[in-house]
Design a protein around this ligand. Sequence first.
Ligand SMILES: CCCCCCCCCCCCC[C@@H](O)CC(=O)SCCNC(=O)CCNC(=O)[C@H](O)C(C)(C)COP(=O)(O)OP(=O)(O)OC[C@H]1O[C@@H](n2cnc3c(N)ncnc32)[C@H](O)[C@@H]1OP(=O)(O)O
Length: 243
Amino acid sequence: MASSEEDGGGNGAVEEKEKGKKRKLGALATAWLIFYNVAMTAGWLVLGIAMVRFYIQKGTHRGLFRSVQKTLKFFQTFALLEVVHCAVVRTSVLVTGVQVSSRIFMVWFIAHSIKQIQNEESVILFLVVWTVTEITRYSFYTFNLLNHLPYFIKWARYNFFIILYPAGVAGELLTIYAALPYVKKTGMFSLRLPNKYNVSFDYYYFLIIVMFSYVPLFPQLYFHMLRQRRRVLHGEVIVEKDD
Ligand SMILES: CCCCCCCCCCCCC[C@@H](O)CC(=O)SCCNC(=O)CCNC(=O)[C@H](O)C(C)(C)COP(=O)(O)OP(=O)(O)OC[C@H]1O[C@@H](n2cnc3c(N)ncnc32)[C@H](O)[C@@H]1OP(=O)(O)O
């Protein structure tokens, strides 16, 4: 399979500029990022294989989340480091922050905390979508750092998201929606008045606000990826404002 250096695209000046940028990463940062991306690729691969094995053996998705949750929690939480990585890689803290925090929120404050929804089909939907996305994304970063990027990985990184992003969001929103009745019934993570702090917080309404916040936030992430796609696959020079 052709490497990115070989796949051409006819944008020599842009590619040279891109390579120049990459060379600025120090040896330590490069070594750390290679380690991080290899570990994350392996982690999500293990998760993907575990899901397939579970489904083949049991013939149902029920119990799947429970069986893979440790691996999921570990690797998704580890991804918090991506916000730190923004200091060295050419990416936006804001976009990365929204992406990572929404995932952490789904894992810990929804799927982990509300056991009754763990067997929902929507949980499996976002799990499968995240897994395919992350195996592609981290292997892209790894090969890119090694300067041996197979074209199909580059293509997959900047095309899969067109379908996977909306599918993942659908899975997440349906899961939060399924959680609402349990949250209302139990009053979990909520603080009612009167209390010694004199503040009230209702997790049920908080979740509704979170669901609505996808409306302005998700298009920003999606259009960001469409711009990245045009830059990487079609060599367009995109000028973005710094955070
Ligand atoms: C408290 C409650 C909060 C609730 C908030 C609720 C609102 C949420 C709304 C949003 C919902 C999102 C839901 C989401 O979870 C759904 C899914 O994920 S579904 C699955 C599909 N998803 C995707 O396809 C994800 C697409 N998104 C991303 O890839 C990233 O998250 C994103 C941050 C958007 C990527 O952007 P980035 O700018 O980093 O793009 P690139 O990959 O092109 O990278 C740019 C350059 O940086 C280099 N880079 C980045 N990371 C690394 C790394 N780890 N190692 C090495 N290099 C790295 C990359 O190579 C590029 O460099 P260059 O251009 O020089 O090659």
